[in-house]
Every structure is written in C-alpha cells, then in structure tokens.
Design a protein around this ligand. Structure first.
Ligand code: COI
Length: 414
C-alpha cells in the first residue's frame, strides 16, 4: 500500500536495471495520415493469447496497519499493494500482462503521452458486501466506455474480457483493501496511455494499460452536503466534435481554471454550459446533473441528453433506471439556465443533484452566475435525491436486490 510514498521502499527494485534513457529510442514512425478505419482496426478481441504473470509484493501490510489506513482513507490518496500492467503494440496486440507490486513508473521524457496527452481512464468501485464478499458495480459498462474513449483518442481498444479479468486479478490479491465502512469502497482506476517515445504527432504505436486501486471514502470531504455552483460562461468544457464524451485527462485539465474561477466566486463547483450559446446546462465539474420537478407521485427527473459533448455517466444511466423503478418519470432532454432559475423561483423545480461514480449523488443547494444567484429548494438535500442515493447504495452494498444485474461478484476473500 502507499499513501503517496510507500513506507516499504520496495519501489527501489523498479528503478534498478533500467535501460538508460539515452539508449531507449522511439521506434521509427513514418508520420502521415491514418484513416479512421485504421484506428478502429486497432481493436483486438482475441484475449486468449494474453497470459498474466503474477509477482506478489515481497512485503505485505499487517492487518493492523491496513485497518488503521482504511479507517480514514480520504479520496485517491491511499493505494493498494498491487497493480496490473499490460502492453500493446501493433505487432503483438495486447501482451505482457502482469500483476505486480504497486510502484512508480519510469518514463522516458520523450514518451508521447507527456506531450500530446493521448490517454484515457475509467473510475469504478468495488464494494464490500453484507456477507463479506466483494462486488464491482457495472464493470461491463465501464469496460464499454473505456473502449469508446480509447477509440476517440486513437488508442487501441482493450477487450471487455481483459478489462474485467484485470479487475478480478487485482481484487484476488488486494481484496483485503476493500473497506467495509458504509461510505467507503475500493476505487478502481484503469488507464491507458501512449508510451511510444516520439515527439512526432501520431497515434502511438506503443501503449501501456495500468490498473491501480485506491481505498476511498467520500469524494467531497464534507460528504453529501449540498454544493454551491458557478455557471461558467467564460470557459467551455467541450464542443461538438471534440472529446467531451471521452473520459480523457485533457477534459479535466481544461476545466481546472474554470473550477478556480468558481472558487473565487465562493462556489464549490463549476457548471458547464454548451459552448455555442452558453445557455444549455451540460455537466457539473466531472459529474452529470439531474433536475427533479414536482413532488409526491408527480415527480419527474430530467437530465441533459447525451449530445456528444457530455460524459455518458454510468451512475447517470443507473439513476435514470432507478427513478423509473421507483415509479417516477425519468427523461433525457435539455434545460437552459433561465429555465433552471425560473423553475427554482416558481417552485416547480424542487431538487437538483450531481451524480458520478466517485461522489454518487451530491445535492446542489445554490447557484451563482454573472447574472444573479438563486437557491434550489430550501438549499438542503432533497428527498428524491436522497432516496435515489440510498436505493443505489443499497444495491451496491448488497443490502437490496439487484434487479438490473449490475453487481459483478468476485471470488470471496477470507
Ligand atoms: C466520477 O465520479 O465518475 C469521476 O470520474 C470523478 C473522478 C474524475 C475523480
């Protein structure tokens, strides 16, 4: 395990016996046009040839150390003891899969991802179940999105079976790092990057896949406390034809300045609007948004439709289905900032929340913009938002039936 730096110092073993960087040359690449069909032919569905090598960590944390670290894991600060690593190149496809001790990477400064950001990632969670077992929430949906993101970034698609096998292998050795406290889980972070050493701009001919795991508590330190949001009219997260629907780091990097602007305005989060009219609501920070109209039996949930500029959230999709399961209307559509304000002012729009894997559901309590500010409902977490949150969390923890077959059980660790 490591909290930024591993106390075990076993990383030293990774840094030995490396090829000196001056000897590691990028493979010759002839720059030129690569057609879209070339990119999609980079999908290999043959997983039979990929053998996993396992190298367990020489030193493991004691149960007492693990319990102490898991008591207050924070978010994304603590890492489990192993990781999965796999390579891809044009000739061999996916190869050299291994489960190995968690540790730093040695990167040549000329590696393409450091310059041109050709990389994608996913975020999903493994939950400790009521019966002590472990289950992962919708790994198939995350595997599919990972492939779609890879395709958009001209990276090779990792077959779903390999994505899921990587998770199963990591959990089979690091399953003890899945916390059992109610709001805690093991956040799984698969990612893939251009590892060819080259400064020429082209789809990388060498790619590395990694899967790491981070025992995590609430994403927002304040838990499910409502957030105040800033409507960003100066910056755009995504434009039609861009990379908005791919889970790629550049979308997040490009949002940091707007997030800083939101903080300057005294807000917790930025809300993204469409890039053309700065009028239609798209997302909040790295999360999707949902709007709840009405009350009682007449509740209707609206979430911005997937126009190509929004991230197709797996939690968003689950909540659309759970809303319908609860007997309410669930719709994808569009909402403008004026409609948001008017709905809050006339009381028809009763609740707003953001949703995503990391924070599940976060209520939005107030809105600020260059044109004015308003409250959402009474500014407190709404009933429907909290009911949906509880329904989802109950399924994830195995304390409620799983009618949609979302939970993927992995081998029980005792
Ligand atoms: C999520 O909530 O789904 C996310 O991806 C958030 C992550 C970028 C920390």
């Amino acid at each position: 395990m490591s909290r930024c730096r591993s106390p075990f110092r076993r990383w030293a073993s990774f840094t030995k016996a490396r090829t000196p960087s001056f000897l590691s040359r990028g493979r010759a690449h002839k720059p030129g046009l690569t057609s879209v069909s070339d990119y999609s032919s980079r999908v290999s569905t043959d997983t039979s040839a990929v053998d996993f090598k396992t190298t367990p960590a020489a030193e493991r944390a004691s149960a007492a150390t693990r319990d102490r670290l898991l008591a207050n894991p924070g978010f994304g600060q603590l890492f489990s003891e192993h990781m999965v690593r796999m390579s891809w190149d044009r000739e061999r496809g996916w190869h050299d899969a291994e489960l190995r001790p968690y540790g730093p990477l040695q990167l040549d400064p000329g590696v393409s991802v450091l310059h041109y950001a050709q990389a994608v990632f996913e975020g999903l969670k493994a939950y400790r179940q009521q019966d002590g077992g472990i289950a992962v929430f919708r790994p198939d949906a995350h595997a599919a999105r990972f492939r779609r993101s890879a395709r958009r970034l001209a990276l090779p698609e990792l077959p779903d079976a390999l994505f899921i096998e990587s998770i199963e292998r990591l959990l089979s050795i690091d399953g003890e790092w899945v916390p059992s406290a109610p709001e805690h889980s093991l956040y799984l972070r698969p990612f893939m990057y251009a590892s060819e050493v080259s400064l020429s701009v082209h789809p990388s001919t060498e790619v590395t896949f990694l899967l790491i795991a981070s025992p995590s508590g609430s994403y927002f330190p304040s838990g499910v406390k409502p957030v105040t949001v800033w409507l960003s009219e100066d910056f755009s997260r995504a434009a039609p034809g861009g990379t908005g629907e791919a889970k790629t780091g550049g979308n997040y990097a490009g949002g940091l300045l707007a997030q800083a602007q939101a903080a300057e305005q005294g807000c917790d989060q930025v809300v993204w609007l469409d890039s053309k009219e700065h009028r239609w609501v798209e997302e909040m920070g790295g999360m999707n948004l949902c709007f709840v109209y009405g009350a009682g039996r007449n509740v209707r949930l609206l979430t911005p439709a997937l126009t190509g500029t929004l991230l197709p959230g797996v939690t968003r999709d689950a909540l659309l289905k759970l809303t319908a399961d609860l007997g309410f209307k669930a719709e994808e559509g569009r909402i403008s900032t004026d409609e948001w304000r008017a709905g809050c002012e006339d009381g028809s729009l009763t609740e707003v929340f953001a949703c995503g894997t990391a924070a599940v559901i976060t209520p939005v309590g107030a809105v600020k913009s260059a044109h004015g500010s308003w409250a959402v409902g009474d500014g407190k977490p709404g009933q429907i938002s909290m009911r949906l949150r509880q329904s989802l969390v109950d399924i994830q923890r195995g304390s409620a039936p799983d009618p949609h077959g979302w939970m993927h059980r992995v081998a029980r660790i005792v």
